[in-house]
Design a protein around this ligand. Structure first.
Ligand SMILES: Cc1cc2nc3c(=O)[nH]c(=O)nc-3n(C[C@H](O)[C@H](O)[C@H](O)COP(=O)(O)O)c2cc1C
Length: 193
């Protein structure tokens, strides 16, 4: 799979099988996060790899999924649909006072696209209880959680859908049980001069 193909294939996944992820893949995901572009090369981010089942569930309990699916169908059901790993991205205040959000974005996307290239799906979550997750993971005070990346093998499908005439973009379940995610077209977003 090329990088372009991995980027095309990636959609947020909200239900996972319980097949574990090879720890070497998780290590490589952190390695590519480490090498992502960073403002002034400060490198204040740390990456907490969580695979211990009780801790995976502990983090999950402090996250909110699928805001547009009001019936709760965007939240994995315990225990069979949980992600099998988290990479929790934290900012180290010992290195720099304030995080640069762009650094988080670059690192998170590197993790997600690399995972996709290995056939592993993800959900990037920032509707999360940061302080409580830090407590569950027993992180020191200098590590401030910014985002949680859920990882696992997909137990559902999701695909790009057209934007409806209303112009609204909430995702929804299609009649065939595939999650439809409205996306603006290339023509909508690309400006050539
Ligand atoms: C910064 C950011 C924060 C997000 N936070 C959440 C979240 O807290 N919970 C959730 O279920 N999805 C979250 N998502 C996933 C988005 O809902 C998802 O990317 C969006 O619906 C587009 O779908 P796609 O990723 O399949 O293209 C987040 C994505 C980003 C980039």
């Amino acid at each position: 799979m090329t990088t372009y193909e991995a980027m095309l294939a990636r959609r947020t996944i909200r239900r996972f099988t319980q097949q574990p992820i090879d720890p070497e893949i998780l290590k490589k995901a952190v390695n590519v996060a480490r090498l992502a572009p960073v403002g002034v090369n400060a490198q204040s981010l740390k990456f907490v790899v969580v695979t211990t089942p009780a801790l995976v569930e502990g983090v999950f309990d402090l996250t909110k999924w699928g805001a547009h699916l009001k019936d709760g169908s965007g939240t994995p059901k315990k225990p069979d649909e949980l992600p099998t790993a988290w990479i929790v991205i934290a900012h180290d205040t010992k290195i720099k006072e304030n995080p640069m959000r762009e650094d988080l974005g670059a690192a998170a996307e590197n993790i997600i696209i690399y995972a996709q290239s290995e056939g592993i799906s993800s959900c990037w979550l920032q509707n999360i209880k940061r302080d409580e997750i830090a407590a569950v993971l027993e992180l020191p005070e200098n590590l401030q959680i910014l985002a949680c990346i859920a990882l696992g093998y997909a137990a559902m499908e999701s695909r790009e859908a057209p934007i409806p005439p209303s112009g609204e973009t909430p995702y929804y379940w299609g009649a065939d049980g595939v999650l439809e995610v409205p996306k603006r077209t290339l023509e909508d977003v690309m400006i050539e001069r």
